[in-house]
Design a protein around this ligand. Structure first.
Ligand SMILES: Cc1ncc(COP(=O)(O)O)c(C=O)c1O
Length: 404
């Protein structure tokens, strides 16, 4: 509908509704479903064996300390608390680069905030370069970069027939994209496929990126959910050690369970401390006109934990429990499907990393699971394995076997 110029004051009332978010829509339908056996595998948060997304004990303890020690609610600096920034750089790039002045790092509202700042920074400072996304990718990626007025393209990533990374096709594509373009990579636990690059593929990718002066932007939203904090950082560190200029967006929503606190980081790796200082000034300019400075609470929690050996130990233990639950659930899921008589090899689910996997179920099967069994899965067949519990496993596997 077009507003008439003379009705300018009413134009706001004439705006049509935005399309609903497909995943949140499923959660609404799940809540309204009266079936006591219903299962929601569509959400994007970690859930424990009882189906809850708990506050970690290390977070509770850090919050207690903050309640005692916090003396002001005045603004944080535009780039956030420098202690937080240093701790995050160590976590992502490793202890050995703790004092690297080549990395400009800012505290952002979540991983999404980091990606959007990265998008604005690329558009403003590097010009109209294309941003290449994996096919498939996290559904918010295209929208974030388009909102920053960047053109997005896709490179092949997942091969459905083998349920693994289509690395040869990926490399072939990237070897022919325009020089200087930006390539978004998932640091680990690829969302939505669960299929990650192998170590030798990261090394090979570093050469491909360098050969065409491509700029990697690593989206690192699940550090610690795949194998452990160090192993999951191997890809990022391979690109870093190869000497590439790169951007890394980190999210602490999942690994600290701080979803609603909105805590993340954008790190930009440059070739010199002088370049990093210039980049930092430009990142601050982007932030200043966007949200001005970051929210403090989530970042203070992360900084408190990472600055204290005891709390860091506790966090690592709690993170390992979450990681183990995901890995064990993958095993039980594969075993459960086999026991339920599923006539398909689902063993790939066990090899994949993180909360998400493409189950290989098609739209019709997903639809039948919802209509006949109250099992909610995204239309693409992506499942959040953390939604599976000992209590719902058998029901789930029998239902899946019945629609195959
Ligand atoms: C691949 C990927 N990137 C970024 C994010 C954003 O995380 P945050 O909640 O910290 O904004 C998510 C969250 O689901 C994600 O899956």
């Amino acid at each position: 509908m077009h507003a008439e110029p003379t009705r300018a004051l009413h134009a706001l009332s004439d705006i049509s509704a935005a399309p609903p978010d497909p995943i949140l829509g499923l959660t609404e339908a799940f809540k309204a479903d009266p079936n006591p056996s219903k299962i929601n595998l569509s959400v994007g948060v970690f859930q424990d064996e009882t189906g809850r997304s708990p506050v970690l004990e290390c977070v509770k303890q850090a919050e207690k300390r903050l309640l005692e020690s916090e003396s002001s609610k005045s603004y944080l600096p535009i780039a956030g608390d420098p202690v937080y920034g240093q701790q995050v750089v160590r976590l992502v790039f490793g202890e050995s680069v703790a004092d690297s002045k080549r990395i400009a790092s800012i505290h952002t509202p979540g991983g999404t905030g980091a990606l959007r700042v990265a998008g604005d920074f690329i558009r403003n400072l590097l010009g109209p370069r294309r941003v290449w996304l994996s096919d498939p990718t996290w559904p918010n990626h295209p929208g974030i970069f388009r909102a920053a007025h960047l053109v997005t393209e896709v490179y092949p990533y997942f091969e459905a027939t083998t349920n693994s990374v289509a690395y040869e096709s990926m490399r072939e594509k990237l070897a022919h994209v325009p020089e200087g373009d930006v390539v978004v990579l998932h640091g680990c636990c690829h969302n939505p496929s669960g299929a990650d690059l192998a170590q030798e593929q990261w090394s090979d990718l570093a050469d491909t990126l360098r050969a065409r002066s491509l700029v990697p932007l690593v989206d690192f939203a699940y550090q610690g959910f795949g194998d452990d904090l160090e192993a999951d950082a191997a890809g990022v560190r391979t690109l870093f050690n190869a000497g590439l200029d790169m951007l890394v967006s980190s999210s602490f929503s999942k690994n600290f369970g701080l979803y609603r606190e909105r805590v993340g980081t954008l790190s930009v790796v440059t070739e010199s401390p002088d370049a990093a200082a210039r980049v930092l000034s430009q990142l601050k300019a982007v932030v200043r006109t966007n949200y001005s400075n970051p929210p403090a609470h989530g970042g203070s929690i992360v900084a408190t934990i990472l600055s204290d050996a005891e709390l860091t130990d506790l966090w690592k233990k709690e993170l390992a429990v979450m990681q183990a639950r995901i890995a064990n659930t993958r095993k039980s899921f594969v075993e459960g499907l086999r026991k339920a008589g599923a006539k398909r090899d689902f063993s790939f689910l066990e090899r994949q990393k993180g909360m998400f996997s493409f189950s290989g179920l098609n739209r019709e099967q997903v639809e039948r699971l919802r209509a006949e069994h109250s099992i909610y899965i995204v239309g693409s067949g992506r499942v959040n394995v953390a939604g599976i519990t000992t209590a719902n496993l058998e029901y789930l596997c029998n239902a899946i076997a019945s629609v195959l």
